[in-house]
Design a protein around this ligand. Structure first.
Ligand SMILES: [Zn+2]
Length: 337
């Protein structure tokens, strides 16, 4: 099936967009992160994603699809499967009715288990369109339990030293996983407003965080850990409110910490401690997903072209679509069968 990447994935034979970044008549929205959404007239999405997007789609006519439910569209059917990345995140399987051909678009993908997400479900396909955010061999994460155990130790030390620990994680997904891990380790947590609001939406969808957490109201109680999205605003807010001018220590949870501190997209100032914990698959997870779904053709999107190069060396017809494509990728642009 022909695949074009142009600020989103486009299937011209079906006139179907997947995660288009410009408003379209019909597009699947794989999950609620801002680099995957637009105000389409008819977005196709899971109930979890719709819940998270709330008023953003107030002028749209959303088509909700539960995981595993099927929608007829043109000459194909569309089915969504869990992607393991955040609440509501979905892989999209497009099956052509005329010849049974199957294309799977992963959206953002996480293959390691998460305590609060629906686990990823591998879906066999003919054509695989897979994200390659961490599609470079530098990005191999340690086991999650290791990063979590280190985080607990570091935070406990900072509290003992009289410092104010602030954990930084993206407001949707990462922050709620951090909340789960902090709560189950017995820490009291005060969440920045948007992190808290999204946590409530997870709860409305049936996720339980347990533990003792609240919205950050400018005060800090004894023994409390703050949970904020990364960025300048977090540092400004925390500095304005820290009690007794206590020293503040930032702990950042990010996959970029795995690449020897190299941050290809220049994402802000690093924390006092940076731990490689991500809601994405790492390089090895991405490589392992390909044989698990047995495609004949692979396209990689977002991130690095290195994943496609490695897959070609492993014998797959693979190419990277988008800005970072190399001449070798372009040689593979035409479907091989
Ligand atoms: Zn995402």
């Amino acid at each position: 099936m022909e695949v074009i990447f142009d600020r989103g994935v486009y299937l011209p034979e079906l006139d179907l967009w997947l995660d288009a970044l410009r408003k379209q008549d019909t597009s699947v929205i794989s999950h609620a992160h801002s680099d995957h959404i637009a105000r389409h007239r008819r977005p196709i999405l899971t109930p979890g994603t719709r819940r998270l997007l709330g008023d953003y789609l107030s002028r749209s006519e959303p088509v909700e699809l539960d995981y595993g439910e099927t929608l007829d569209f043109q000459d194909c059917t569309i089915t969504l499967y869990p992607a393991g990345h955040c609440l509501g995140s979905a892989q999209t399987l497009v099956t052509r009715r005329s010849n049974g051909e199957r294309l799977l678009y992963t959206g953002d993908l996480r293959t390691q288990p998460s305590p609060i997400n629906e686990p990823l479900q591998p879906v066999p396909c003919d054509t695989l369109v897979i994200e390659s955010t961490y599609g470079r061999p530098d990005y191999v994460f340690p086991p999650q339990e290791e990063a979590i155990a280190t985080a607990r130790k570091v935070i406990a030390q900072w509290l003992e030293q009289g410092a104010l620990p602030v954990v930084l994680g993206w407001r949707l997904g990462k922050a709620q996983e951090a909340l789960h891990h902090l709560s189950s380790a017995g820490f009291k947590v005060a969440c920045e407003e948007t992190v808290y609001d999204i946590a409530r939406k997870y709860e409305a969808a049936g996720v339980e965080f347990g533990g003792d957490y609240r919205i950050f109201d400018g005060s800090v109680r004894d023994g409390e850990v703050l949970l904020f999205p990364p960025g300048k605003k977090a540092r400004e807010t925390v500095n304005r409110h820290r009690p007794d001018r206590r020293p503040v220590r930032y702990l950042e949870l990010t996959g970029w910490a795995a690449g020897n501190g190299v941050r290809p997209w220049g994402r802000g100032r690093p924390g006092d401690a940076s731990l490689p914990y991500s809601d994405h698959a790492d390089f090895n997870d991405l490589l392992a997903y390909v044989p698990a779904v047995q495609p004949r053709q692979v396209y990689t999107v977002f991130g690095f072209p290195d994943l496609a190069e490695r897959l070609r060396r492993m014998g797959y017809a693979a190419s990277h679509l988008g800005k970072n494509a190399t001449p070798a990728d372009r040689a593979y642009q035409m479907p091989l069968w």
